[in-house]
Design a protein around this ligand. Structure first.
Ligand code: ADP
Length: 589
């Protein structure tokens, strides 16, 4: 049973009051009763002595009833108590409460204890219920002697009514006092309990908020006692917890920010192989949602056996395990997976899997080795030819008047191809080195293109190709003039090279969203769809033999792309095989 603090306090007050009042009442009652009885006895004895002096032995011996009667009536009227005169045989001679007629009917008093004692020459005292008067009475009896001869007894009796009355008064007062004290205890108990409980209740309320994680409130310190101290301690504790929580939160936020913004995919696994968390990169790589995979066994969530093996190896061995894996679905990529076990008190508690996309690194490695192979091949072809023709000349063809010039012409062409190739390679490597500084100026594009076109006059004439410079006069860009000239030259060169007889080339420009788009359109052979995506790669050519025959190196478009990107622009192509192509580049203004 839950007893409230208030009830407990009141009950303890009541207990203390009842016990102390009980003691007081008990002892006071007893003492007072004894004391007053004693006092009454003493005064009654004294009065008895005085009364005794009024009697003469003569009266008693003679049994002078009339005299005795009048004497005791007078005396009893004065001292307000009953007086009885008894002879030595116990016979009642006179009694202040009885008339003469009633006396003879009274029984013998010889065996009344006080009379018995008086007859033995002592002061006789007794308290008892008087059947005559129907009251509790105090009796005092004294012997009446004459020359040592005992001739009778004088007895004084006083009703104890007054003692009882006084005691009852006192008892009543004590009872009132008790009731008053109890009422006071109830009121005081309620007030003190309320005052004590109020701050405690407030503390309970605020503590409940603390337990729910709300630390916005503090307990008001009202008193400087133990309760106040408790409130201060709780406040301090709440502040400490709040600070700790804030610290942990900030740390968590930092960690979450790192976790979420990492380029590498991260998977946190527990020791049983269940996923605790994954970061957005993992969501992207495996086309999954964090909420769908958290709490699931790895293989159930991400069906990749290779990674699962790396994880279980790390969890088993307690050492970092790395592996390169190729992902085919949902995207074709190559990853380096690194699983590092996490230890908690020297026991493996899980592992951290970092998935690093190395597709680009591997691609660049392939591109590089392909490039070396391509360059070697491109250099070797003209060199072999040069070597062959020079050897032929040295072996005697030099004297062959008909062919020697022809041979030298071929050697010269191949040397020129080598020169072109080396020049293109040099400009490409220079463009790729990123150390390149663009000398940007504002110039009129239409005029510049006009200059470039004039360099192609003979080629245009040879194929009877019509060229139209449709760029608006007003168009001007801020770019590196020489490099942009290279871009335009390469594009126009291709547009002529891969054009048909009597074809056309159109150059036009437009402004789109504050950017300038320049297009070189031709009516040439076009590009097959499968080659379009790779056309800007180094050495990529649709028809190698044809390109070589036309003096191409396979690096022209690659150089175009690099230069435009150095200007923060972009390049593109639209083409239909057999119907011509549109090469365009966009530059910011
Ligand atoms: P090159 O012209 O030296 O061969 P490029 O890098 O300039 O090298 O071009 C790569 C390839 O793209 C060419 O070999 C050709 O197959 C194709 N190509 C480029 N421009 C055109 C064009 N205007 N029409 C058709 N094909 C083209």
């Amino acid at each position: 049973m839950k007893i409230s603090f208030k009830l407990k306090l009141i009950l303890s007050y009541v207990f203390v009051i009842l016990v102390s009042f009980g003691f007081i009442a008990f002892f006071l009652d007893k003492n007072l009763e004894e004391n007053s009885l004693h006092n009454i006895q003493a005064s009654l004895i004294n009065q008895a002595y005085l009364v005794e002096n009024q009697f003469t032995a003569e009266n008693i011996k003679k049994e002078d009833i009339a005299h005795l009667e009048s004497l005791i009536t007078t005396l009893s009227g004065k001292i307000k108590c009953r007086i009885t005169v008894i002879n030595n045989l116990g016979k009642v001679l006179a009694d202040s409460e009885k008339s003469q007629k009633e006396i003879p009917e009274m029984e013998n008093h010889l065996y009344r204890p006080e009379v018995k004692m008086a007859l033995a020459s002592e002061v006789g005292i007794d308290t008892r219920y008087s059947s005559t008067l129907k009251l509790d009475m105090l009796y005092v009896a004294l012997p009446i002697k004459e020359n040592k001869e005992l001739i009778g007894v004088i007895r004084l009796a006083l009703p104890l009514e007054s003692v009882e009355k006084t005691l009852n008064e006192i008892r009543k007062t004590i009872l009132f006092g008790l009731i008053f004290a109890l009422a006071l205890a109830f009121v005081l108990g309620s007030i003190i309990a309320a005052q004590t409980i109020r701050p405690i209740n407030r503390m309970i309320q605020v503590s409940r908020r603390f337990s729910k994680g709300d630390f916005s409130r503090r307990i008001m310190q009202v008193s400087k006692d133990e309760i106040g101290e408790l409130a201060a301690t709780l406040n301090k504790m709440a502040q400490d917890i709040e600070d700790k929580i804030k610290e942990v939160k900030t740390q968590n936020q930092k960690l979450a920010a790192i976790f979420n913004s990492m380029i590498e995919g991260v998977i946190v696994i527990d020791k049983a192989g269940y996923i605790i968390s994954v970061n957005p990169t993992i969501e992207k790589i495996f086309s999954i949602l964090r909420k769908d995979v958290e709490g699931k066994v790895f293989l159930e969530a991400i069906r990749n056996n290779d990674i699962a093996e790396v994880i279980s190896a790390a969890l088993k061995s307690g050492k970092s395990v790395s592996s390169e894996i190729a992902l085919i679905y949902p995207v074709h990529r190559i990853f380096e997976v690194n699983a590092t076990p996490i230890f908690d008190n020297n026991v493996i508690s899980g592992c951290l899997v970092v998935v690093h996309d190395i597709t680009e690194i591997r691609r660049l490695e392939t591109v590089r080795s392909d490039f070396v192979a391509n360059v070697s091949h491109e250099l070797k072809t003209p060199l072999t030819s040069i070597k062959g023709f020079v050897e032929t000349l040295l072996e005697g063809a030099l004297g062959d008047k008909e062919n020697n010039r022809n041979f030298l012409k071929i050697v010269h062409d191949h040397a020129e191809r080598l020169d072109n190739l080396v020049n293109d390679l040099l400009s490409l490597s220079h463009l790729e080195s990123k150390e390149i500084m663009l000398k940007k100026t504002n110039f009129n594009l239409k005029q510049q293109v006009e200059g470039v076109i004039s360099g192609f006059r003979s080629q245009l004439k040879k194929k009877d190709i019509e060229i139209k410079n449709e760029l608006p006069v007003s168009i001007s860009v801020a770019a590196d003039k020489n490099r942009l000239e290279q871009v335009v030259t390469n594009l126009i060169d291709n547009a002529i090279k891969f054009n048909k007889e009597k074809g056309f080339v159109r150059i036009y420009g437009e402004e789109i969203n504050g950017k300038i788009k320049i297009t070189v359109e031709d009516s040439g052979i076009g590009i097959p769809e499968k080659d379009i995506l790779r056309i800007f790669e180094r050495f990529y050519r649709v028809d190698k033999a044809r390109s070589r025959e036309l003096g191409g190196t396979g690096l022209g478009l690659s150089i175009v792309k690099h230069i435009v990107e150095l200007h923060s622009g972009s390049v593109g192509v639209e083409s239909t095989e057999g119907f011509g192509s549109k090469f365009w580049f966009i530059l910011p203004r």
